[in-house]
Design a protein around this ligand. Sequence first.
Ligand code: IPM
Ligand code: MG
Length: 356
Amino acid sequence: MKIAVLPGDGIGTEIVAEAVKVLKVLDLDLTLETALVGGAAFEAHGHPLPESTLKLAMDSDAVLFGAVGDWKYDTLDRPLRPEQAILGLRKNMGLFANFRPAICYKQLTDASSLKPELVAGLDILIIRELTGDIYFGQPRGRRIATDGHFPGSEEAFDTMRYSRPEIERIAHVAFQAAQKRSKRVTSVDKANVLETFQLWKDVLTEIGLQYPDVALDHMYVDNAAMQLVKAPKKFDVVVTGNMFGDILSDAAAMLTGSIGMLPSASLNAKNQGLYEPSHGSAPDIAGKGVANPLATILSAAMMLRFSLNQPEAAARIEAAVDAVLSQGLRTPDIYSAGTTKVGTSEMGDAVVKALA
Ligand code: IPM
Ligand code: MG
């Protein structure tokens, strides 16, 4: 089983190192190969996603990804910015199905910004379509406006679009995921305003007929944002487009206390996957040894389960994470009075120890 390890920028290198530590003590037959991506690759090769990195990722069974980005690249031409690396990997590998679970660990109920009773026991799964929508629609660009409304003024535009097959395949993913959980799907759209999301809603309804055992309801995205902070436990599986999924998954992450706890999986039709924490490169805390590595360690567990068919090893990692939380160990993002503050590598070491 070959894993491409792409740590990236900022805290990416620190957190991926801890996940690699954990993978190495599992006694599995894994080949890990590391490559540069994002700003780090731009510095070394002049491109955020060099050919060699893309090839390594495409030839691997799974990719373990850290994070990319730094404010210092914000003035580069868009194709050279670090974010293009993750978008390029998603598009080139066809990673259309993004799983973002938001689970509130019982040990961390107090770390949430919401009242404990609203989040205790929270376990929702956001399924975000990842290779379509306004992220990838053409045309896009910037030009001097010629439509006469504001003569001579500059405008920018992006295209929101989805095709029927793109919606159908993510709908199947969502209904099948729901069949393994509480058999409920909430499809989030903006069909009251956008044609793209009227098609989305129509296709979800149609595909839903093939899954009579799963209850489907539809919700507008603005209402979904409100319900997520009002009564998050009412949700189970949420399926939505690329843009709404980006926004709602950050909101859902915060319900659990820290975005530093949340793993994610992005899968293609062959179950090849890219696994990354839901958070970004956090340049403000990079290099300080304080980042929470648990989201990345849990992403490695998802990788073992979804792409490498090692569910027992995945469950062992998840149990070890639960154990270190029960021991009271906390990185600063989840620290509260009465617990023990630890750094990134101490947290990784604790997980390794709990595995033994
Ligand atoms: C995410 C991130 C990315 C996205 C960025 C880094 C391109 O916010 O994975 O949620 O917008 O998809
Ligand atoms: Mg995001």
